[in-house]
Design a protein around this ligand. Structure first.
Ligand code: GLU
Length: 448
């Protein structure tokens, strides 16, 4: 057993004791600990500050009841949470997710990842995540609005532009942020940017909606360029049909690539010759209407395969899991490498199960972890915060150019960490570069 494995195991023992049964959280912690444990051990300041142990214990985990009334006049009770993980380098920052699968383990893993992702952007952003077990599926617009207002009635006392700045995540888009912001503004009695992802009419940034998906593709382009390749002419399989997946698809098509698949829980849309922008817009409209992607109109030239995953598509070079955590198991990872894919970049947060990650890391595929490749969304949230603070609005062209630079800078930070060369361990580079930034800050502050 290597020293690294021994140190990781004994560290994980402590974290497991404190967080028994929180599998997603423990999975995310192990993934980072394996890469940074010896870095910490070899730096007396960081070791003495117990940075990793501190980062695995949230600053605060807030839980509250959300009570709201449905269309039928029946009282509904949900749970709401905010995990404020670390504000070592800036105000707490991270999205809100509304999904029946939301629980403390999922939110703690997401908040932990967010600390590292936000540090990688180079912006002054701490890490947090929140949400509710509320399921918006089958709910009317009025019910979702009432839920958002009830949720914010509780959350508002814990957030603020210099304290904690939530944004969207799964099932929380521009519309929900509008409702949440309305309730926040009312309870705070002030107009300030305590949320990002707002509509452009009230302080939102241009390009925030597109940022995660477009940023993912800018990161992939940086990886390809480093390997002496281009996106043009590459075939790309994408899982998911949400904000990240469809904007990534849109950007791939703009850049001359071919999107061969998009998917949802009902199945996969396949297009041998590539999806058109019109097909992507059709998927976006179905998602907005709360419908699945089965039965595409004939004119779009797509086939729909029920219950299939996108990884079974014929011949693709790039795989982009953009749906949700742990969506790719070891068998799917094997399917991806068997397809001949040369690159996998995560649009979702932790979409690979541990077995899938091990397979991909062994296979030698060029692999980018979400904390690097999907950081474009939170990076533009960071720019939204500074636009709000300066009471200015930057144009879409300006923000798009900044997004591209931010993603290239993240890529460069990883290269610098890994010492260049052709075979880059992006996962290690991202974990260590982010850790260094937070560790420097934390260890300078003493016992806080
Ligand atoms: N939910 C997004 C993420 O996973 C964005 C968070 C934000 O903009 O604060 O990074």
């Amino acid at each position: 057993m290597t020293e690294r494995a021994r140190l990781t195991d004994s560290f994980l023992e402590i974290v497991t004791r404190r967080n028994a049964g929180q599998d997603e959280f423990l999975q995310a912690v192990r993934d980072v600990a394996e890469d940074v444990i010896t870095v910490e051990k070899n730096n007396p300041k960081w070791a003495q500050a117990k940075v990793l142990e501190r980062l695995t214990e949230p600053d605060r985990l807030i839980r509250f009841r959300v009570t709201w009334m449905d269309e039928a006049g029946v009282m509904q009770i949900n749970r709401g949470w905010r995990v404020q993980m670390s504000n070592a380098i800036g105000p707490y920052k991270g999205g809100l997710r509304f999904h029946p699968g939301v629980n403390p383990s999922v939110l703690k893993f997401l908040a932990f990842e967010q600390v590292f992702k936000n540090a990688l952007t180079g912006l002054p952003l701490g890490g947090a995540k929140g949400g509710s077990d509320f399921d918006p599926r089958g709910r009317s617009d009025a019910e979702i609005m009432r839920f958002c207002h009830a949720f914010m009635a509780e959350l508002s006392r814990y957030i603020g532009p210099d304290v904690d700045v939530p944004a969207g995540d799964i099932n929380v888009g521009t519309r929900e942020i509008g409702w949440l912001f309305g309730a926040y503004k009312q309870s705070a009695g002030a107009f300030h940017g305590a949320l990002t992802g707002k509509g452009e009419a009230f302080g939102g940034s241009a390009m925030r909606v597109e940022a995660t998906g477009y940023g993912l593709i800018y990161f992939v382009q940086a990886m390809l360029a480093h390997a002496g390749r281009m996106l043009e002419g590459q075939r790309v399989a994408i899982s998911g049909k949400g904000n990240v997946a469809t904007h990534a698809a849109e950007k791939v098509i703009c850049e001359g690539g071919t999107v061969v698949a998009l998917s949802d829980t009902a199945g996969t849309l396949l297009a041998e010759d590539g999806l058109s922008q019109e097909a992507v817009h059709w998927v976006q409209a179905r998602k907005a209407a709360g419908e699945d992607i089965a039965g595409p109109p004939r004119r779009l030239g797509l086939s729909f395969v029920e219950a299939a995953l996108p990884w079974g598509a014929a011949e693709y070079d790039i795989a982009l899991p953009c749906a949700t955590q742990n969506e790719v198991d070891a068998a799917a990872a094997k399917q991806i490498t068997d397809s001949g894919a040369i690159l996998l970049a995560e649009g979702a947060n932790m979409p690979l199960q541990a077995g899938a990650l091990a397979h991909l890391r062994d296979s030698g595929i060029n692999y980018a972890p979400g904390k690097a490749s999907n950081a474009g969304g939170v990076a533009i949230s960071g720019l939204e915060m500074s636009q709000n603070a300066h009471r200015r609005f930057a144009s879409a062209a300006e923000i798009d150019a900044e997004l591209k630079t931010l993603m290239q800078d993240i890529h460069q930070r990883i290269l610098d960490e890994e010492g260049g060369g052709t075979r880059i361990d992006y996962a290690r580079g991202a974990n260590v570069a982010a850790y260094r930034r937070v560790a420097d800050a934390l260890s300078a502050m003493g016992a806080v």
